[in-house]
Design a protein around this ligand. Structure first.
Ligand code: CS2
Length: 469
């Protein structure tokens, strides 16, 4: 039986937010908050989505009026919500001018981003713009940009020329102090194009930091079929997510203009840093550790990995002995309780979050997720055998073969140099020499510990090494 296509039932809303990077995460997280904020308090905060590269999302969403189902997957079953806040989708690669026009439109007051860590064209070890990144070289000479920082800068120039206020840049990626990083790359690029523009952005622009959290695994073709049966409508682009969600936002918007996100449950605070550190190190840090070690141990998903008792004990030790001792708790947060909630979220069997998916782009993720904790523990003289093992597992993973010699499909912007280093005669030394990932001051301090961990991983195999770490 052919089911009817999902269709818009709500009236369209004027666009107030342009979102760059219309992937599953934003559609299951930020978009739902904005829709609920508008439902509670009103405002012209429709979202125009932008896919930077591929027309795939537009092709799926626009025949259903930009709407889609967000399916909450709890241990007790699934529940679908029809999200209608996305008003349209542009594809930057096809029509960059249309994206600039949307960004420069007077109604656009916020530009939010989920372009993944690598989308900021910055060096993970320092947070600074990579001036010879191919996309940045392109954006410095061509009038129509292709990178996210390039779109922000060119659009801000148009707004300055038109006498408009800048938009607020709301970064929703898992970067440390993400507002400061995106502000840094935007100002750096702007200075290279027009110092007057840079001074204006520095003075009038706002780049609030945020901490975003919701586990959203990639949607598979079989999920599309299951959701259709659940909803009685065919949705070509459903998103699946866990029940939990959190959004902590620094309350610093141009002219104070923003949806009433507090009405939707977001926390508007003065200082996001402690929340962000907690989340990046406790959630994303252990996610990456479980992803590399779990993958090498043959586990498909995070839930499968923590169902293995050796890994369950390992992740609990990571929190209690290596990560929490190096953190300051955000106001009102009990870190051991946060850890135990995280364990329950990981164990949710309804969420099929693949270790392979989380293992992607490790060069962009490890600095803020794991290396900061390792540096703090080295300073304090506190051992970190579990996190050292996780980094050693990543070094093996990026070699392109597992411990049985099976090939691994490694996705990472630095895949080629990582593979060359990890398959050299001295893998640990060579990978540690990659300055984009490891700060020069940290690499020699990690060296002896990582060599021991790497050796143990290869001698004992992943499960026994995890049990011994
Ligand atoms: C994950 C994150 O894919 C990954 O690297 O660690 O996407 C994680 O699921 C989210 O940050 C949870 O909020």
């Amino acid at each position: 039986m052919t089911l009817p296509r999902l269709a818009r039932t709500a009236a369209p809303l004027p666009v107030g937010i342009v979102h760059l990077g219309l992937g599953a995460f934003f559609r299951a997280h930020g978009a739902v908050y904005v829709e609920q904020a508008v439902a509670a308090s009103g405002g012209d905060w429709g979202i125009l989505g932008v896919s930077l590269q591929s027309p795939d999302m537009r092709g799926r969403l626009m025949p259903q009026g930009g709407t889609y189902l967000a399916v909450e997957q709890g241990p007790g079953g699934e529940a679908a919500r029809h999200v209608q806040i996305v008003q349209g989708v542009l594809v930057a690669r096809e029509d960059p001018q249309a994206v600039l026009d949307a960004l420069a439109a007077p109604g656009t007051r916020i530009v939010s981003l989920t372009v993944t860590e690598k989308g900021y064209c910055h060096e993970p070890s320092t947070g600074r713009l990579i001036p010879d990144h191919p996309d940045i070289l392109h954006d410095l000479s061509a009038p129509l940009p292709c990178s996210a920082p390039g779109f922000l800068v060119r659009a801000l120039a148009l707004r300055q020329a038109a006498g408009l206020a800048p938009f607020t840049v709301l970064c929703c990626d898992n970067l440390p102090d993400n507002g400061r990083i995106v502000r840094g790359v935007v100002l750096d690029l702007a200075r290279r194009l027009d110092p007057g523009l840079a001074a204006w952005i520095e003075d009038q622009g706002r780049f609030p930091a945020t901490m975003v959290d919701r586990i959203v695994p990639a949607t598979r073709p079989e999920d599309i079929a299951r959701v259709a049966a659940l909803a009685g409508r065919h949705d070509a682009a459903p998103v699946l997510h866990e029940p939990f969600r959190q959004w902590v936002i620094e309350d610093d918007f141009v002219g104070g203009a923003r949806p009433d996100l507090a009405a939707a449950g977001a926390q508007l605070v003065q200082n996001v840093a402690p929340f962000e550190h907690m989340k990046l190190r406790m959630l994303n840090g252990t996610h990456s550790a479980l992803a590399y070690l779990g993958y090498l141990a043959g586990h498909q998903t995070i839930a499968d990995t923590v169902a293995d008792p050796a890994f369950a004990a390992y992740v609990r030790r990571l929190w209690s002995q290596e990560i929490i001792p190096a953190l300051s708790a955000p106001p009102g947060v009990d870190l051991p309780a946060y850890a135990s909630r995280l364990f329950d979220r990981y164990a949710n069997p309804a969420i099929r979050h693949r270790t392979w998916q989380i293992a992607m782009d490790g060069s962009q993720k490890l600095p803020q997720r794991i290396l900061g904790t390792l540096a703090a523990n080295l300073d304090a003289g506190r051992p970190s055998p579990g996190l050292m093992l996780a980094v050693a597992a990543w070094m093996r993973y990026v070699s392109g073969t597992d411990l049985q010699g099976n090939p691994i499909d490694v996705r990472d912007p630095l895949a080629a140099p990582l593979r060359a280093a990890a398959t050299s005669a001295d893998p640990v030394g060579a990978v540690l020499g990659l300055g984009q990932v490891f700060p020069a001051s940290l690499a020699p301090r990690l060296d002896p510990h990582l060599r021991r961990a790497f050796d143990r991983l290869h001698r004992l195999g992943p499960r026994k090494a995890v049990a011994a770490a």
